[in-house]
Design a protein. Structure first.
Length: 170
């Protein structure tokens, strides 16, 4: 598996391939609504990677895009993240590798806190963020789970005492 950062030239092909590899259920979990096709405006947003405000990494196997993770700055030092892995490659380490690489990209962009919204029944994504982002804060909000992760935690040595303290405050 090779993970590379996307740009405006490489993003369209990767976005189209990954979207095509998602089942209706995976699309629902990723976009939080039934999404049988990408609208022109949604595709424009997903392919508008500039490497400064919006960055994305793509996992390729044998040259084929099998997953994308993105970070989009939201103002201040925060950023939203999202991950999608084609169904044939789910639960095989692709999402983990993408999320690990994305934390490095986000740090380079000066992001201090990663945020995201996950549907409560997306158990695989919730498990993934717990593994890759130790100490991530997950808060139930209406029909979604909001995640918050201070990026400094990914870049620093965290002691057992730090983790216990974080868990006690949750």
């Amino acid at each position: 598996m090779r993970v590379t950062e996307l740009n405006r030239d490489t993003a369209p092909e990767a976005v189209d391939a990954v979207f095509a590899g998602l089942s209706a259920r995976s699309r629902y979990l990723r976009f939080h609504s039934p999404t049988p096709r990408l609208t022109a405006s949604a595709r424009r947003v997903l392919t508008d990677v500039d490497g400064e405000r919006h960055a994305a990494v793509c996992a390729r196997i044998g040259g084929d895009p099998v997953g994308i993770a993105r970070v989009i700055k939201t103002g201040g030092c925060g950023a939203e993240i999202a991950v999608a892995v084609v169904d044939l490659w789910q639960r095989r380490g692709v999402g983990r590798r993408l999320l690990e690489e994305l934390t490095s990209v986000a740090a380079r962009l000066g992001v201090a806190e990663l945020r995201g919204t996950v549907l409560p029944d997306n158990h695989a994504m919730l498990a993934l963020v717990r593994k890759v982002l130790p100490g991530v804060r997950l808060t139930r909000e209406d029909d979604a789970v909001e995640l918050s992760y201070p990026l400094a935690w990914a870049l620093a040595e965290i002691s057992d005492a730090d983790l216990v303290d974080s868990l006690q405050r949750t």
